[in-house]
Design a protein around this ligand. Structure first.
Ligand SMILES: C[S@@+](CC[C@H](N)C(=O)[O-])C[C@H]1O[C@@H](n2cnc3c(N)ncnc32)[C@H](O)[C@@H]1O
Length: 160
């Protein structure tokens, strides 16, 4: 598969998963956590899908174009392993966490995904959805089928 096709399938899958997640949290109150602001593509999709939700974004630094950078109250900079536990104590239970955290280093990603899942355990509402590009093993999370048309490895969970 060419890099172009790979990227196209990734973006389509992310869009489908976020669309599905937005429907699944209709009855769940709480903000959204965008873990991995990156270039702001999925953040932009989330804010269009969920205009009435607060979205807190996380990254180690800012490399999104200015129009896709949230205000200071919704942009939490630093390593996820430091910022997520800190935020868990202050923003209350979230309805959706989207963790787009993958790199080319699978071993490092596995460790990071475990740390992110452990932090999320402290800050998700019952019924919350986790959508992520790396498998996570959250306690009490049920794995969900991906939406029809998803063609790239992604993972969705519901907090029971
Ligand atoms: C795949 S990109 C996110 C892409 C983004 N969702 C988008 O649609 O443009 C992953 C992001 O996670 C950030 N990141 C990776 N590991 C991190 C860590 N341990 N702490 C903070 N940020 C991290 C990177 O800086 C990068 O911006």
């Amino acid at each position: 598969m060419s890099r172009l096709t790979h990227m196209a399938e990734r973006l389509i899958t992310q869009g489908l998963c976020l669309d599905a997640a937005a429907r699944l949290i209709e009855g769940v109150a709480g903000p959204v956590l965008e873990i991995g602001l990156g270039k702001g593509r999925t953040y932009d999709h989330l804010r269009e899908l969920l205009p009435d939700r607060e979205i807190f974004t996380f990254d180690r630094d800012v490399h999104a174009p200015p129009a896709l950078v949230p205000d200071g109250a919704h942009l939490i900079l630093g390593d996820f392993r430091d910022t997520l536990p800190r935020v868990a104590a202050t923003i209350g239970a979230a309805a959706l966490a989207h963790a787009d955290i993958g790199s080319d280093d699978r071993a490092a990603d596995t460790e990071l995904a475990a740390a992110v899942a452990a932090s999320l355990a402290e800050c998700l509402a019952p019924g919350a959805i986790v959508a992520t590009d790396r498998a996570m093993d959250g306690e009490g999370w049920a794995a969900l089928d991906l939406p029809l048309g998803a063609r790239w490895p992604y993972f969705m969970y519901r907090v029971e």
